[in-house]
Design a protein around this ligand. Structure first.
Ligand code: NAP
Length: 343
């Protein structure tokens, strides 16, 4: 099949660079447009973006000219949005109206009723709501979203536990600095320190998982019936969000039953190129998972789980700019292709 043309909006930022990396040798998508603010537009990508990833920036991409975030300037079938939320609010709808598929990382549209908030391993059936979105708004294109980078780590681990009857979740996060973007947290503030506040983070984490684990009834997504209570903290780690999770469940499963549920979890997505062999990896060592050791498992797409204790309590950890952002969006786009919404 001919490759599907893909653009990245906000391509110079922390998440934007992960998109460029994830699309580099993608078997289904070809990067055809790179867009950022007017500060960057007109420059070569290598001049506009300070490339900060360990992988080399491919020469062809380095030479591409950055365009404005404008549907008339972007040549693509799908755009991946890594824009600041305020900018995304105006722009993502414009692109969808102009016929683009929009796979968004930003918070702007996540909780909008007719926009799917996707984790392919958890709720691929929610994609069907796109048809209603297009009908209601008269769009040729559409918007899909992936969750906040903290939500996605623990929400993925909820799927195999839903059968035990989840009643309530407490979570305490230890979030990497890359989660705030390149200009986000001054080094003087975070080195040797922990900051027990991330603006608007707890508010997002406390509402998104209920939508993800909800059911689509043909007209709307009916939210799952559990509460989430979150406390979010910034820690001096480059990449990888670690989360301590407490879950109250109706059936009160043992740690062994929870471990088995994680180990046998198979979402059946092995035909999607970005899908990891194991979405959830169980670590039995007492001091794992750790961000430096485990964040790149499954090319950054696996969530590692450990320290499963009665209660139920456990630790989960994943790569925030890959599984929590760009990789999640690319996986969503692959699901769109598989389900016939794209390509
Ligand atoms: P970032 O490093 O600050 O990058 C922001 C990008 O947006 C840059 O490419 C910037 O272009 C562009 N931009 C800024 N203002 C713009 C404007 N007015 N018009 C057009 N483009 C503009 O931020 P980030 O961490 O990559 O985050 C991007 C989005 O993803 C945010 O909504 C964030 O909440 C979300 N997100 C981030 C993470 C994470 O782990 N970092 C995870 C999940 C979701 P210039 O270089 O030209 O300024």
């Amino acid at each position: 099949m001919a490759k599907i043309k893909a653009g990245v909006l906000g391509a110079t930022g922390a998440v934007g660079q992960r998109f460029i990396e994830g699309l580099r040798e993608h078997p289904w998508f070809e990067l055809t447009s790179i867009a950022a603010s007017e500060r960057s537009a007109g420059k070569k990508y290598s001049e506009a973006a300070k490339w900060r990833l360990e992988s080399e920036l491919p020469k062809d991409f380095a030479e591409m000219t950055v365009v404005n975030v404008d549907p008339k300037e972007v040549e693509a079938d799908i755009v991946f949005s890594a824009l600041p939320s305020d900018e995304a609010k105006r722009v993502e709808a414009e692109f969808a109206q102009a016929g683009f598929a929009v796979a968004s990382n930003t918070a702007t549209n996540r909780m909008v009723d007719d926009v799917p908030l996707l984790i392919p391993e958890c709720n691929s059936e929610h994609l069907e709501i796109i048809k209603l979105q297009q009908e209601r708004r008269g769009w040729d294109g559409y918007i899909t979203t992936n969750p906040n980078c903290t939500t996605i780590m623990f929400a993925l681990t909820l799927k195999p536990l839903m059968k035990f009857g989840i009643q309530g979740i407490h979570i305490a996060s230890m979030q990497a600095v890359s989660g705030a973007g390149y200009e986000g947290v001054p080094s003087m503030a975070i080195l040797g320190n922990v900051i027990p506040y991330i603006s608007n983070e707890e508010e997002k984490v406390e509402i998104e998982a209920q939508k993800i684990m909800g059911t689509f009834d043909g007209q709307k997504i009916v939210y799952a019936d559990f509460d989430v209570s979150a406390s979010c903290h910034r820690v001096p780690v480059m990449d990888g969000h670690t989360e301590a999770v407490w879950i109250k469940m109706r059936d009160d499963p043992t740690p062994a039953e929870v471990r088995d549920a994680f180990l046998s979890f198979d979402p059946g997505l092995s035909d999607l190129p970005t899908s990891p062999k194991k979405a959830i990896i169980v670590r039995d060592e007492p001091d794992r998972p750790q961000p430096r050791l485990d964040r790149n498992r499954g090319n950054g797409m696996s969530v590692s789980v450990g320290r499963i204790r009665p209660g139920i309590r456990y630790i989960c950890m994943g790569h925030n700019t890959i599984r929590g952002a760009a990789g999640a969006s690319i996986l969503n786009a692959e699901l769109l292709v598989k389900k016939g919404f794209l390509g």
